[in-house]
Design a protein. Structure first.
Length: 355
């Protein structure tokens, strides 16, 4: 597919595509600038630059072109009164579209299916799609019920055996109403059950970078208690920085055997394993230091680890190299951090299941 079509398709499902994402999509800032200039000149897109946000929206010619070539994928987003077909000018509504767009682009780059012709229809709930991971944006399912329209969720990601409710906090703590997000989790698990699965729903939270994880972990909900803080709505909150090196985290979340393969590898670092079912640490290393696996960035787990380290005043953290500085700052000087080389871990994961 031509790169210009990829960009136009992503504008269509986004409603408004943030200007900074085009270079990520086509792989070159120089080519992105030339492409956008041409698409504007040929009247396929228009520029929206107000309120501190710059983005690209489709013009009538662009919509007609996409509906002629990709109607199965884009008719829903380019017809009727759907939000992506009538982009509003209010900064808050535009920012919401930008938040959704970042998720669409990030998942596409991770190899996740995002277009409707590639996914099971939602009429039968959240069905398994074989070995493929698929993502449904909130516009695709929120019209089916009023109960979840107040949720901050951007969408639902389905893997072979797990459902993740996806949020994008960007670089600011998002609004968070515990009762509404509990409803979102319950609705998702019901849709998974209807689709033939019995798995619980976990949460995946995207952020602009690793450093912002600290603000989420230390959040107390704000003065009005209406901002995100780690709570018990979901059993797991996985934080994923929206950066290329986070692909290794996505590989682990999407594929259960890869997750198990890494855990078996890391288990070789544990000299004396702990056998208790609910133990936070994995056991002791060769220096009789408690050892904790933190590479998945499960925020509830990280909070428990910090609490236990506070009691015991010692411990060894295992994480990926791009996570190390942030976790050092979070856990403090009393911990040791052992870094896993991201490139080597990715190479290890690309080998067969039994290697």
């Amino acid at each position: 597919m031509k790169k210009e079509d990829v960009v136009l398709r992503l504008i269509a499902i986004s409603g408004e595509l943030p200007a900074g994402l085009v270079g990520e999509i086509v792989g070159s800032e120089t080519y992105a600038a030339a492409l956008i200039t041409r698409l504007k000149k040929e009247h396929y897109i228009s520029v929206r630059n107000a309120g501190g946000f710059k983005g690209y929206a489709l013009r009538s010619k662009g919509k007609r072109y996409l509906l002629e070539k990709y109607e199965d994928d884009l008719f829903f987003f380019l017809s009727g009164s759907v939000q992506t077909n009538h982009v509003k000018s209010e900064p808050e509504k535009r920012l919401r579209l930008h938040r959704m767009s970042e998720v669409w682009v990030f998942f596409m780059k991770m190899g996740i299916e995002i277009f409707q012709s590639q996914k099971p229809d939602l009429g039968n709930g959240f069905e398994k799609s074989g070995k493929k991971a698929v993502y449904y944006g909130s516009l695709e399912y929120k019209e089916t019920t009023d109960a979840i329209k107040g949720s901050r969720a951007c969408g639902v990601l389905l893997t072979g055996d797990t459902a993740y409710v996806v949020y994008n906090t960007m670089a600011k703590r998002m609004k968070w109403a515990k009762k509404m997000e509990t409803t979102m989790r319950t609705w998702t698990e019901r849709m998974v059950l209807i689709g033939g699965g019995l798995r619980r729903a976990d949460s995946l939270i995207l952020g602009d970078n690793m450093e912002f994880l600290l603000e989420l972990l230390n959040s107390d909900g704000g003065v009005r208690k209406n901002l995100y803080q780690v709570d018990d709505v979901y059993e797991h909150y996985y934080y994923i920085p929206r950066t290329d090196n986070a692909k290794v985290q996505m590989e682990l979340l999407l594929t259960s055997w890869k997750r198990e393969k890494i855990k078996n590898l890391l288990a070789t670092l544990v000299k004396y394993p702990r056998r208790k079912q609910y133990a936070i640490s994995e056991g002791f290393d060769k220096d009789m230091q408690l050892i904790y696996f933190c590479h998945e960035l499960d925020m509830r787990h990280l909070c428990r680890v910090k609490q236990e380290i506070g009691w015991k005043q010692q411990g060894t953290i295992i994480c990926l190299d791009y996570q190390a500085n942030t976790l050092r700052e979070y856990f403090g000087r009393e911990v040791r951090v052992r870094e896993l080389n991201t490139d080597k871990i990715m190479e290890y994961l690309t080998k067969g299941r039994d290697e």
